[in-house]
Design a protein around this ligand. Structure first.
Ligand SMILES: NC(=O)c1ccc[n+]([C@@H]2O[C@H](COP(=O)([O-])OP(=O)(O)OC[C@H]3O[C@@H](n4cnc5c(N)ncnc54)[C@H](OP(=O)(O)O)[C@@H]3O)[C@@H](O)[C@H]2O)c1
Length: 277
């Protein structure tokens, strides 16, 4: 991985932190996309305990188009080629929240934020570049609610999270098809159940007790990140694209997640949503 440039979103916590550590240990220069300066700096300092790691922290809120555009500008001005993009950041919430542009927050961050980021960075990707989207098995109960994409009428956490994670898988399949001729691969994965900070309110700490209780039964972030790391670096998957992985193997995904008509429809809607603002 020497000489390669990798971006990991949500690199200050859980599997993003573990992925940034593994990619930099393999020799890549890792750009850590983090939304919060304090948490980002703390994670950078932790990773930098191994001095040989090459890391750079760049702040970006995936729930804010201007912030995403600013991040992409900074990265593109500095790095001609991006070899790896791990779209890992994720958000889940019991109550309905919105992004700066008024999108339901899980759809807005987990899918649209990453969609915009990826489309902006694509120009600086080419032969051999890899995109890895961290999806979830939760996509299996998901549906894309085109009639009410921001779930204003019927919000609940499962509907919202599973919609956003199904969007990750559909985006993987459609983008893989679109960039195949350029030698770029796009895959996604389910990490399994992993003890991270997901679901914990960053301001109030709500959810910490439940996560703490479940910890002994869940994988560690390092274990959970294995499939994303494998997709980002392993030689055996360098020509594989458009697939859904679990435990470093192609896995079964839902019938809906393979519907290419649906994938195209979501792609067109996503483009419209990011162009409007
Ligand atoms: N944990 C599981 O069991 C599990 C299972 C299936 C799939 N996944 C998926 O795995 C991925 C990684 O999650 P994790 O479990 O490692 O959770 P985590 O510890 O909560 O990490 C999530 C990361 O995303 C960042 N993030 C959230 N909103 C953001 C925004 N608006 N802009 C930029 N970054 C943002 C967080 O930053 P802050 O710390 O600043 O909030 C954090 O760095 C997610 O996509 C999740 O859906 C997790």
């Amino acid at each position: 991985m020497e000489g390669k440039v990798a971006i990991v979103t949500g690199a200050n916590s859980g599997m993003g932190l573990a992925t940034a550590a593994a990619l930099s240990d393999a020799g890549a220069k890792v750009i850590m996309l983090c939304r919060n300066e304090e948490r980002g700096k703390e994670a950078l300092a932790k990773l930098k305990e191994k001095e040989e790691r090459q890391l750079e922290l760049i702040l970006c809120d995936l729930g804010d188009y201007d912030s995403i555009r600013g991040f992409a500008r900074t990265v593109k001005a500095k790095y001609k080629k991006i070899d790896i993009l791990v779209n890992n950041a994720g958000f889940i919430s019991l109550d309905r929240q919105e992004t700066r542009e008024g999108l339901e927050r899980q759809f807005g961050i987990n899918h649209i934020g990453h969609f915009l980021l990826t489309m902006l960075l694509l120009k600086n990707m080419g032969e051999g570049s890899r995109i890895v989207n961290v999806a979830s098995g939760a996509h299996k109960v998901g549906r894309i609610h085109f009639e009410d994409i921001n779930l204003k009428k019927h919000y609940n956490v499962i509907t919202a999270y599973s919609q956003s994670k199904l969007a990750n898988v559909l985006f993987t399949r459609e983008l893989a098809r679109r960039v195949a001729k350029r030698g770029i691969t796009v895959n996604c994965c389910h990490p399994g159940a992993v003890a991270t900070n997901i679901g914990i309110d960053r301001d109030t700490g709500f959810g910490k007790t439940v996560t703490g209780l479940l910890k002994p039964f869940f994988q560690t972030p390092e274990e959970g990140a294995r499939t994303a790391i494998f997709l980002a670096m392993d030689d055996s998957v360098k020509n594989v694209s458009g697939e859904y992985f679990y435990r470093c193997r192609i896995a079964k995904s839902s019938k809906r997640s393979k519907d290419m008509r649906l994938a195209r429809k979501l792609f067109v809607l996503s483009k419209k949503l990011v162009m409007k603002n």
